[in-house]
Design a binder for this molecule. Structure first.
Ligand code: UD1
Length: 362
């Protein structure tokens, strides 16, 4: 069986780390890096730290509008697919690289397998929601992280393609969490005390591209910083917007410490040592949950509903008061009684993805 894996963004590299090793025990895997993310700290550092096999092909699509990025993936991938003639194309998550990979596979009549299938925010103003819905509609094999995802596909009449495998990002978090604690010196480097700070990220287009929303987001961070210093690992998209609005320089005075994006090990160490996480990321909500760290999410809805149901994640949108209340009311880090890992596949999702692919296309 030959599988062509299409990845291109930071979280997809993490997800591929859980699958590639297991898949290569059963299949001939070729990796295409679309180049949607290209900066070292958003790309190569993950390959190095997580031992992901080097990409076999690079499309170098770079940054651009949704149409430009998706079109560049489609154009670059089509001839490769013809040349390599895989038995299946494997895509991850919900980015423009996912969408491009799914479209090319479907048009070439090569079966599509989608990891993290069935996630829904039910908010079509998110580009990611559009990407997921299309990828799921085109998939022959929908590899689901959670029972909620399987139920979403069933409701859309796609239940027959669904297999519950668990969450591949959770595999990596469980495996590399203790390694990060040992290897990363990020706390010393940033002069941070265990549980003495809040770890923050923000990159969601709806939050950072609109100037009014970006200013509201800064207010949320500043309100949180009244509780504990906020360490804000800034995505390049967000940095550019903060600079354009002239607010980047003033963050430090409000207790918000902006850093460059961190590699996987440093960021994982940071999260595991934090008092709370403040984010608009999808994956990070779950990583905080797995690390028994409370999470305050700057969105109105989430795909990772289990984290909220378990009482470890609160959705506050861009409301500073709600964020402050959530920080006061959520559990202390490390007090977990609920079985977080079991909800997400107990660290065996990558293995199950490889198994499902072999059963279906082997
Ligand atoms: C993309 C995904 C998002 C995912 C995120 C993970 C889509 C629609 N969005 O958002 O779902 O959560 O990746 O990080 O696919 N840039 C750099 N260097 C890079 C890459 C990007 O400086 O290596 C800057 C560029 O100015 C670029 C901007 O960041 O225009 C946005 O990058 P892009 O890949 O379009 O979207 P993300 O915000 O990263």
């Amino acid at each position: 069986m030959r599988v062509l894996t299409v990845i291109g963004n930071r979280p997809q590299f993490v997800k591929a780390a859980a699958v590639s090793t297991k898949l290569r025990e059963r299949a001939d895997e070729l990796i295409v890096h679309t180049g949607q993310h290209y900066d070292r700290e958003l790309s190569e550092v993950f390959f190095e730290e997580l031992g992901i096999p080097a990409a076999d092909h690079r499309l170098s699509v770079g940054s651009g509008s949704h149409a430009e990025q998706t079109a560049a993936v489609v154009r670059g991938l089509e001839p490769l697919l013809e040349e390599l003639a895989p038995d299946a194309v494997l895509v991850y998550g919900d980015t423009n690289s996912t969408l491009g990979g799914a479209l090319v596979a479907a048009k070439a009549r090569v079966p599509l397998a989608h990891v993290e299938a069935g996630m829904r925010s039910h908010n079509r103003s998110m580009p990611e929601e559009v990407n997921r819905v299309v990828a799921d509609a085109l998939s022959a094999l929908s590899l689901c992280s959670t029972e909620a995802a399987v139920a979403n596909l069933e409701r859309e009449g796609l239940g027959e393609t669904a297999v519950l495998v668990g969450d591949v990002m959770a595999d990596v978090a469980l495996l590399f969490g203790p390694i990060a604690d040992q290897r990363s010196a990020v706390l010393d480097r940033l002069e941070l005390q265990q549980r003495g700070f809040i770890a923050a990220t923000a990159h969601r287009a709806g939050n950072v591209d609109d100037p009014a929303n970006l200013r509201a987001l800064v207010e949320v961070l500043a309100r949180a910083a009244e509780r504990a210093p906020v360490v804000f690992a800034v995505h390049p998209r967000t940095r550019a917007r903060l600079e354009a609005e002239g607010v980047l320089g003033g963050l430090a005075d409000r207790g918000i410490r902006a850093t460059e994006p961190l590699g996987y090990l440093d960021f994982t160490r940071l999260v595991r040592a934090s008092r709370a996480v403040l984010t608009d990321s999808g994956g990070l909500q779950k990583e905080a949950f797995l690390a028994s760290v409370p999470c305050v999410t700057m969105r109105e809805e989430t795909e990772w509903v289990e984290t909220v149901e378990a009482g470890w994640n609160r959705l506050v949108g861009l409301d500073p008061e709600a964020a402050a209340r959530a920080l006061d009311e959520l559990p202390e880090p490390g007090e977990r009684t609920s079985p977080a890992a079991e909800l997400y596949g107990s660290g065996r999702a990558g293995e199950r993805v490889a198994e499902a692919l072999a059963q279906r296309f082997g």
